[in-house]
Design a protein around this ligand. Structure first.
Ligand code: SF4
Ligand code: SF4
Length: 333
């Protein structure tokens, strides 16, 4: 099996970064996230990043276009520039699955988001299988195999002393061929397997939620939520955004920035009406979106079981506990 010894990994990454814009999981300013590779970067390969790779495809703030206006004349300059060839190295199977969710949202149902599409099409994804999922991981309950994914271009496994690679797409095969001089034949190395320790029952969950819009469980679940939005910002599949503009003199720029269904202003209308006026509606929206609306529309879960919201919610609103609570509801009562 082809691979690279860990003590040679930086040379391998250095070589890739000479031909591509390379993003790697790393320690950055007190957290872990995907960042552009450079010499001396502190790789974070032991566990999944705190910040998911979605910001590489759907940045937190993104210019959409500039404009100039003078009296009755206006000119618009498109900014959705072509993206340089990129490599995303080390995305975990749950985060690769989250890209499949974002693909559905941004590229299907008769609509293509060019900002997302440019980045997605020009990025080769090298997934890294998990060796030991965290206690808060539950991706396997949602159809994701933590040890590997077929949705990446290249699959990498941590086999102790070395990372081993396998192409999963034509693009991935070409990439490994191009970089074969950097790879060694690591005879005798086997692909490690991994399993989540947390197992959730999700069969029939969407159908059950279809009957629970008015259920009193939402009153209970929403009580401690602060509507801080942390869960949505760190979620690899959350994709809501707002569009705003800045004007200076006769020039201006329109940009989009992440928004969150947990914020009161998110659904506030110009006339003052708010269809989600309380925490109950906002918290319900978040869980129905992940577990009912996205499965209904795209045939896959809107949660990939990464556990980030479970770990980072300041008041322990825990989606795994909520899935269990939904499972315990008796609709006949
Ligand atoms: S992180 Fe927790 S407190 Fe903050 S909005 Fe999400 S569920 Fe509510
Ligand atoms: S809802 Fe929570 S566990 Fe599910 S994908 Fe989003 S951050 Fe991860």
């Amino acid at each position: 099996m082809l691979g690279v010894k860990k003590n040679n990994l930086n040379n391998f990454l250095e070589k890739i970064s000479s031909g591509y814009q390379l993003f790697v999981p790393a320690e950055v300013e007190g957290t872990t996230r995907f960042t552009a590779y450079q010499a001396g970067v502190q790789l974070a390969l032991e566990r999944n990043t705190v910040v998911p790779p979605k910001e590489l495809f759907f940045p937190q703030t993104e210019h959409m276009y500039c404009y100039k206006a003078h009296k009755q004349e206006a000119a618009v300059e498109e900014i959705a520039a072509a993206c340089e060839p990129r490599v995303l190295f080390g995305a975990r199977p749950c985060d690769v699955q989250s890209l499949a969710v974002l693909d559905d949202v941004f590229l299907t149902k008769g609509y293509e988001d060019l900002f997302y599409k440019n980045k997605r099409e020009n990025t080769l994804v090298i997934a890294l299988g998990c060796r030991k999922p965290e206690p808060t991981c539950f991706c396997s309950s949602l159809g994701v195999d933590p040890s590997g994914t077929e949705l990446a271009d290249v699959m990498a496994w941590d086999a102790g002393e070395a990372l081993v690679f396998e192409a999963k797409s034509d693009k991935g095969k070409k990439f490994l061929e191009e970089n074969s001089a950097q790879l060694e034949d690591l005879a005798g190395v086997t692909q490690p397997t991994a399993e989540c320790t947390m197992v959730l029952q999700v069969e029939g969950l969407t159908a059950k939620l279809q009957k629970m819009f008015e259920h009193s469980l939402w009153n209970e679940i929403c009580k401690k939520c602060l509507n801080c939005g942390t869960c949505t910002y760190l979620c690899p599949t959350c994709h809501c955004f707002d569009i705003q503009g800045k004007t200076r003199g006769e020039s201006g720029v329109k940009f989009r920035c992440w928004d969150s269904c947990m914020y009161q202003e998110y659904t506030l209308m110009a006339g003052g009406h708010n269809p989600r006026p309380s925490k109950k509606e906002r918290v319900r929206q978040r869980f129905l979106h992940k577990l009912q609306y996205i499965p209904e529309r795209y045939g896959k879960w809107g949660c990939v079981g990464c556990g980030r919201c479970v770990v980072k919610c300041p008041v322990n609103v825990d989606i795994t506990r909520i899935i269990k609570q939904i499972g315990e509801v008796s609709l006949d009562a």
